[in-house]
Ligand binder design. Structure first.
Ligand SMILES: [Zn+2]
Ligand SMILES: [Zn+2]
Ligand SMILES: [Zn+2]
Length: 256
């Protein structure tokens, strides 16, 4: 099972518009972060988690040729505003592409994109999406996708556990903490990926220090930080992280 980070940035992306800080101005590839998203692949299927406004560029950069399903963690713009571009894969693959999410998130997407489920005239291309209610674990190829609720402001938001034949990932790109129920789903994951927005606390996200505390509780042998803003500098902070924790960067691939 292969995980690739398509993006590791906060909702603004890094560089952040109008910001003159050294991270935004420095141009270091490990500090250039598209909106947070990952792909998961085994030898049968290819899946994307979250499709933000950078999705088209991210898919080109990663040379994505096929998508079998998309999972959505929550309705914030930095996680869903690339959904229109996903239809290109539906068109290429000749069938409606499944979009998995919670019912309230799917309702929101149906409002934002009313045309993506409407059949066209016979003989015209039909780039359609199929909204699928993510009520229980979803198995695709050798991978199983299990969602669990996490607090993130006042909207529903989920984290994901992905189990493959040889190991498991936990992925929580946005949250302000991990409730007991989430911790129990994450028990025993081999690799944990958790958001760390900035140094200062934030009401609906984890700061760097809070993220490290939660990662210690999860206790995965290897952990990565994602959904990071420009106050977090790869060249300053990565070397100071505890053993077994690293900052992710766009393009990083993990295989287990
Ligand atoms: Zn976000
Ligand atoms: Zn900046
Ligand atoms: Zn969010």
């Amino acid at each position: 099972m292969n995980l690739r980070f398509l993006g590791t940035g906060w909702s603004h992306g890094v560089p952040t518009l109008g910001c003159d800080c050294p991270v935004c101005r420095g141009g270091d590839p490990k500090n250039c972060r598209c909106r947070s998203s990952i792909t998961l692949r085994d030898d049968q299927v290819s899946v994307v988690v979250d499709v933000g406004p950078d999705f088209r560029f991210q898919a080109l950069r990663a040379e994505l040729k096929r998508i079998d399903a998309v999972f959505i963690t929550h309705q914030h713009a930095d996680h869903v505003m690339g959904l229109d571009d996903v239809r290109r894969f539906s068109w290429m693959q000749g069938e409606a592409l499944p979009i998995w999410g919670e019912a309230s998130v799917l309702d929101r997407l149906a409002e934002l994109y009313p045309y993506v489920t409407q059949k066209r005239k016979p003989g015209t291309a039909v780039p359609l999406l199929k909204f699928c209610d993510w009520l229980s674990p979803v198995k695709l190829g050798s991978m199983t996708f299990t969602s669990f609720q996490v607090p993130h402001g006042n909207i529903p938001c989920v984290g994901i556990r992905i189990d493959g034949e040889a190991g498991s990932f936990g992925y929580v790109p946005d949250c302000s903490g991990l409730p007991e129920a989430a911790l129990s789903v994450l028990e025993g994951v081999d690799v944990m990926i958790l958001n760390a927005l900035r140094i200062e606390p934030h009401p609906s996200h984890l700061s760097l220090a809070q993220s490290l505390e939660w990662l210690e509780r999860v206790g995965a042998p290897q952990s990565y930080l994602t959904h990071m803003g420009c106050p977090i500098d790869y060249n300053v902070h990565n070397a100071k992280l505890p053993p077994g924790v690293e900052m992710a960067w766009d393009g990083l691939e993990l295989t287990i």
